[in-house]
Design a protein around this ligand. Structure first.
Ligand code: ADP
Ligand code: ASP
Ligand code: MG
Length: 426
């Protein structure tokens, strides 16, 4: 017998028909002799709908009230799944964030899970009950409902798995594993049998939304075994226990898979894109010590994550332009904050552009091989794609381009690094 956390994403929970399909998968997993806890997302599109209501109500919304609104999507699906399981004759009970409780810290709308009380959960599972937990939500220091940031149900699932010492955390979604790039953009994307935590962390952080970044970081820290697999399966599907999806593994496990010939080492493991950032340019900022601190301190205090930063070399007049990216969702707040600090910073104009995309190539192979960035720049330039900014880490190269060229850039790079599925044939 194993203890398993099963997480179902928005597409899997979209409507009562699909919830019934999910309930059947859960029932079978329990019938295979396991203890089961389920973490669910809101129905597909529901969180977007709720976020839009908040924006319409107040563009500079209070994150604490935003949480009250957006946490409701998962409350609905957790109740519905418990009801559906009961209709199939299973014992099932939902546990809202405040009931477990899932204690969170830090800012509303992007809270971080600190602890989950697991005693009641474990007791209920031991009594044969299926625990259904709404993902994405928790309770803050102030006793108010919090949410974990978009895609946060993955993190809820991993945190529950860590808290109850689960043997595996299965993340069920609408694709059957992690691919070399988003299979919805590149038909020739290849499914990976395994990905290392480090690479998955990097891929997620640059936009491969199949797993939320924090969920991977937490799994790495807590040693949670994650499998990504599809919930859109028939009765004859390979059981989850036989690991039909993609496993997220340690470097050590990956080396063993490579030795056995189950995995091939590639220079580039995956390509990701992110259309959710916006570019901000502050013109004519004084070119002197402290100027950039004046810009980024207020943003940091407001928990606004800044990603790519470019400061042009100041030429004459002791002035320079500073360009950076922030999440689109935070753009209005960032702009308001910067306007507020105009006196301290001393810039001339704020120019913003939401029509940008970040394309990233990721692979541990880069640590020991040069030329990955050069291949990227050449492949993009051959297709006339202009690069507006570049950033790199040990295992990643990212470029900022025009949003309209996203799909083309991803396809071109996928081919340039020899990742197309055809390249493997023969
Ligand atoms: P869920 O609602 O189940 O959480 P998400 O939409 O958050 O699902 O994540 C699944 C989606 O992630 C897929 O439909 C796919 O389009 C996208 N995706 C992006 N990059 C990848 C990748 N490298 N491998 C698999 N899926 C990816
Ligand atoms: N429903 C939330 C979202 O759409 C959380 C999740 O699905 O992971 O972001
Ligand atoms: Mg998701």
């Amino acid at each position: 017998m194993a203890r398993i956390v099963m997480k179902f994403g928005g597409t899997s929970m979209a409507g009562t028909e699909r919830i019934r399909r999910v309930a059947n998968i859960v029932r079978k997993q329990q019938a295979a002799g396991h203890e089961v806890a389920v973490v669910v997302s809101a129905m597909a599109g529901e969180t977007d709908r709720l976020v839009n209501f908040c924006r319409e109500a107040n563009a500079l919304y209070d994150p604490a009230e935003y949480d009250v609104v957006v946490a409701s999507g998962e409350q609905v699906t957790s109740g519905l799944l418990a009801l559906t399981l009961q209709s199939l004759g299973c014992k099932a009970r939902s546990w809202l964030g405040w009931q477990l409780p899932v204690r969170t810290v830090e800012a509303h709308a992007k809270a971080r899970i600190e602890t989950i009380d697991s005693d009641a959960l474990i007791a209920s599972m031991a009594a044969g009950e299926i625990a259904v937990i709404p993902g994405f939500q928790g309770i803050g220091d102030d006793g108010r409902v919090t949410t974990l940031g978009r895609g946060g149900s993955d993190t809820s699932a991993v945190a529950v798995a860590a808290a109850i010492g689960a043997d595996r955390c299965d993340i069920y979604t609408d694709v059957d594993g992690v691919y070399t790039t988003d299979p919805r953009i590149v038909a020739k994307a290849r499914k990976l049998k395994a990905v290392t935590y480090e690479e998955m962390l990097e891929l997620a952080s640059v936009g491969a939304k199949v797993l939320q970044t924090r969920s991977v970081g937490l799994a790495m820290k807590e040693d949670v075994r994650i499998q990504v697999l599809s919930s859109f399966i028939g009765d004859d599907a390979v059981p989850a226990d036989d690991l039909p999806g993609t496993m997220i593994v340690s470097e050590e496990e990956m080396n063993q898979l490579v030795e056995k010939g189950d995995m091939e080492r590639q220079l580039v493991t995956g390509i990701a894109h992110d259309k959710n950032e916006a570019k901000v340019i502050l013109t004519r900022v004084p070119d002197k010590p402290g100027a950039v601190a004046h810009i980024f301190e207020p943003l940091a205090q407001a928990s606004i994550n800044v990603d790519m930063i470019i400061q042009n070399v100041g030429r004459d007049k002791g002035e320079t332009d500073v360009t950076f990216t922030v999440p689109q969702a935070d753009l209005a707040r960032a702009q308001a904050l910067l306007e507020d600090k105009r006196g301290d910073i001393g810039f001339n104009r704020i120019i913003t552009d939401s029509k940008i995309a970040k394309i990233s190539v990721v692979g541990v192979g880069m640590k020991s091989h040069a030329g990955v960035a050069a291949t990227m720049f050449r492949a993009l330039s051959d297709r006339g794609i202009n690069i507006q900014a570049i950033s790199t880490s040990e295992i990643k190269v990212s470029v900022m381009i025009d949003e309209d060229e996203t799909e083309l850039a991803v396809r071109v790079l996928h081919t340039a690094y020899g990742l197309d599925v055809d390249d493997d044939a023969g």
